[in-house]
Design a protein around this ligand. Sequence first.
Ligand code: GUN
Length: 308
Amino acid sequence: MLLDLNLGFVILKSASMIQLFAKPVAEKIQKEVKQRVSRFKLNYGRLPKISVILVGDDTASRIYTQRKGELSSLLGMDHETISFPMDVNPELVRDRVRNLNDDPKIDGILIQRPLPKTFREEEVLYWISPDKDVDAFHPVHAGELLLGLPTFRPCTPAGVMELLSFYKISVSGRLVCVIGRSSIVGKPMAALLLQSDATVIQCHSKTQNLKELTRQASILVVAAGRPGLIDASYVQPGATVIDVGIHRTQDGRLTGDVRFDEVAQIASAMTPVPGGVGPMTLSILMQNTILAAERRENKNSSLLISAE
Ligand code: GUN
């Protein structure tokens, strides 16, 4: 069907757009994690445990932290949230992380972002011992990922890969455009895609002629952190569009970096916001936590990705 979206050109409307809902994928991962937790408890006589550090009282961070606790309980894992006030001396938090690193009952540690400006991110990245770094933010993990070595995968990009795999959207040999170059999403996303044999274009805030590049891609991953940045004119007809952005509008709704209604007219598959990438992050965090616990008890247990 031909469609004129007032873009100055006519585009082909995709026959039927598939929404890539996280729910069935997250449920599959969580079921598997739950089974591994039961086996772990039988084998080692204890529960895997995650410690989440929360600094300040950012509403979104508080909600995310609460959800981590709820899902840990649901899957049979132990958890704790350690809260600090916004004006805490970073050294005090660092000391606490050191204690957690040394605590044999703790398998995973996570420091909720964003942190107050008093914290130096480039130092914080080294605080958590790599064997307990379930966010996979430690430079050791970033390096291993880039080298294609077995490692923990950062939760959001790994969640995107699982979503694509579940819906049988192959990335091998295809041109994939990633918008964003953060250490949490954009950079590891590109590394995971490359590891799966995609040809990757990485765009960011300084990229010139963004639209020319995004329109070449058969898969577009948007992690720009800018609400509504991507309209239909950025998207190749028939492309798969993954929206990593999540923003609250003035009237309280959640929205992404992609203008869903408009892009849905030409994309062949898209993640909704909410209900797309977001829930995947949490499921992969649980997967990383049971993996960390298994690896601490059994040094031979394998990691999720490996170099070929
Ligand atoms: N804040 C938003 N997303 C994340 C995440 O994946 N990990 C941590 N630690 N903080 C976050």
